[in-house]
Design a protein around this ligand. Structure first.
Ligand SMILES: [Cu+2]
Length: 135
C-alpha cells in the first residue's frame, strides 16, 4: 500500500518534468512554407511585448524533417489593417547550428494583428510562409 503511494508520487513528478520539457520546445510561432519546409520561431522575448527589441531563433526543417542549413532567410511584414510595415529590418546574423538561425532586430511597436512573411531561399527552391499573430 505504502509502495503504491510512493509510485504514484514518482509518476506524477516524472509527468511534471516531461511537461516542463515539452513546454520549452513549443514554438512561439510556426508555419509550413510553400515548399513544405517547417518553420518554428522561438522568441528570446516570450511572451512577445510591445516595443522591446529582441532576437528570434528560427528553426527550419525540410518536409522530411532534416534541418535546412545554409539557407538565405528574410523576414518582412507589417500590420495589414494599418497598412504599415514592421518598424525595424530584422536580419539573420548567423546560423547557430544546422537549421537554426539567429534573427536579430525584431520589434513590434503596437498591439493588434501582425503579419510576417518568411522567405527561405535554398539552391533550387524558394519557400514562403505567411504567419499571422495578435499582439
Ligand atoms: Cu499598426
Amino acid at each position: 500500500m505504502r509502495n503504491k503511494a510512493l509510485w504514484l508520487i514518482v509518476g506524477s513528478l516524472l509527468t511534471a518534468v516531461a511537461g516542463a520539457r515539452e513546454a520549452q520546445l513549443i514554438a512561439d510561432l510556426e508555419a509550413i512554407s510553400s515548399s513544405g519546409q517547417s518553420i518554428q520561431i522561438f522568441s528570446q522575448l516570450s511572451p512577445l511585448q510591445i516595443n522591446k527589441i529582441h532576437g528570434w531563433q528560427i528553426v527550419v526543417r525540410a518536409a522530411d524533417g532534416e534541418p535546412v542549413s545554409g539557407a538565405e532567410i528574410s523576414v518582412s511584414g507589417g500590420m495589414p489593417e494599418h497598412d504599415h510595415g514592421i518598424p525595424t529590418q530584422p536580419r539573420i546574423t548567423r546560423q547557430l547550428e544546422p537549421g537554426v538561425y539567429l534573427l536579430k532586430g525584431v520589434r513590434f511597436h503596437m498591439p493588434g494583428k501582425w503579419q510576417l512573411v518568411v522567405e527561405i531561399e535554398q539552391p533550387g527552391q524558394t519557400g514562403r510562409a505567411v504567419i499571422e499573430f495578435e499582439l
